[in-house]
Ligand binder design. Structure first.
Ligand SMILES: Nc1ncnc2c1ncn2[C@@H]1O[C@H](COP(=O)(O)OP(=O)(O)OP(=O)(O)O)[C@@H](O)[C@H]1O
Length: 372
């Protein structure tokens, strides 16, 4: 663990309390609803804000103790804000050169490498005031990386982008950890973003850390708000088995031995891939369907169910709710299935029952990524 945090801060009615140790590799997401304290926590880590009772230590270096407080510049962190904050009087290249001339460390990626990863080489001579929202964000990330930070912090870097630009940005961000050996902390309220990008997750609610851990494990826990979101689902680790070139499909295998067909992906056999299976894309059958167009029919066991799924329902009584989220065990991994309470009752589903989960292959299109 490289980033030790003990942060306690009171602001009117809002109280932030976070004690944790974050991993030194990969992307850690800070996730939670609006006002839960995500940005406040990020700013405390960056040294842009001081929690009066706080301790921050990075790789053995004290950034904040009772007696000292290093400012952002002294911590050597790169920060990407929601609104990019580019220098308006400088071109794209000018913004990048400004950062390159103020590097925290000698070691780090080159100018050309960063421009290639962020796909901004063609933009270098452009006026930053005439860039699209997505382009501005990519330049802001490049600028942060060119300072050679030892930690990269990003606050909702995809906010304000339309769906297509958001997907493009996620493609770019997804490959960054493969090139960089620095930890990234990523603030977002979007489970869709987090399921694609993060390895480790901190969940905040009203300033309190309610859960923390590996995304694969947290994504299917029914006691956490992630499983109640509209876009809830399971993040799974799988291995690419083979490609079916004739059908433009690829076969993935889970640790349990279950196999899944997905749209052909650009990984090699044996390579690890991450897969996201949305809860709403799974249906449950008591018998193995034999005449079905659905390719992915997985034999699994009901682990547990959440009858309080539609949290916006007007009543707290589970009996009056329309949806149920069912957690299905595939060996050590889990899937979530979102079904109607009517189907749940009609099939008399219960924990321990053997069932078949059906997942349409086309529902898995674009929901995967090659693991870093
Ligand atoms: N400068 C400030 N002064 C006083 N209160 C603040 C300040 N900034 C934030 N707050 C309050 O602190 C709480 C946490 O805010 P914060 O911005 O950290 O939440 P968040 O989870 O990042 O929210 P969002 O997703 O809406 O950006 C909120 O109640 C907010 O109103």
């Amino acid at each position: 663990m490289s980033l030790l945090l003990s942060l306690h801060m009171q602001r009117g009615d809002f109280e932030l309390n976070v004690d944790t140790a974050l991993p030194s590799i990969g992307i850690t997401a800070i996730c939670g609803p609006s006002g839960s304290g995500k940005t406040s926590l990020l700013r405390c880590i960056a040294g842009l804000e001081r929690a009066p009772q706080g301790m921050v230590q990075f790789c053995g270096d004290d950034w904040q103790t009772q007696r000292q407080f290093l400012a952002c510049e002294q911590r050597g962190v790169g920060v990407v804000f929601q609104d990019a904050q580019l220098f308006p009087h400088l071109s794209v290249a000018g913004n990048l050169r400004y950062a390159q001339n103020r590097q925290f460390r000698a070691t780090g990626p080159s100018f050309d490498e960063v421009c290639e990863w962020l796909q901004i080489t063609a933009l270098l001579n452009r006026d930053v005031n005439k860039l699209s929202g997505g382009e501005r964000k990519r330049v802001a990330i490049a600028r942060a990386l060119l300072r050679h930070p030892q930690l990269l912090l990003m606050d909702e870097p995809l906010s304000g982008l339309h769906d297509a630009a958001r997907d493009e940005m996620m493609d770019v961000l997804q490959i960054l950890p493969q090139h960089l050996s620095l930890p990234i902390i990523y603030v977002s309220h979007s489970f869709h973003e987090i399921s694609r990008l993060a390895d480790h997750v901190l969940l905040l609610e009203n300033g309190q850390l309610i859960a923390e851990g590996d995304l694969v494990e947290l994504s299917t826990r029914l006691d956490l708000p992630l499983s109640r979101q509209q876009d809830a689902g399971a993040v799974l680790n799988a291995t690419l088995v083979e490609h079916e070139a004739d059908y433009q499909l690829s076969t993935l295998q889970l640790a349990s031995g279950h196999q899944l067909s997905v749209k052909q992906i650009s990984a090699r056999p044996g390579q690890s891939v991450r897969l996201f299976v949305a809860a709403r894309d799974i249906s449950i059958s008591l018998d193995a369907p034999t005449q079905s167009s659905i390719l992915n029919i997985l034999n699994c066991t009901i682990n547990t169910s959440d009858t309080n799924t539609d949290s916006n329902a007007e009543t707290d009584n589970p009996v009056n709710r329309s949806q149920v989220t069912v957690r299905l065990a595939l060996g050590e991994q889990y899937l979530l299935a979102r079904i109607t309470r009517k189907s749940y009752d009609r099939l008399n589903l219960h924990a321990g029952q053997q069932v078949f989960a059906q997942i349409k292959t086309v529902a898995l299109v674009n929901e995967y990524g090659v693991a870093s």
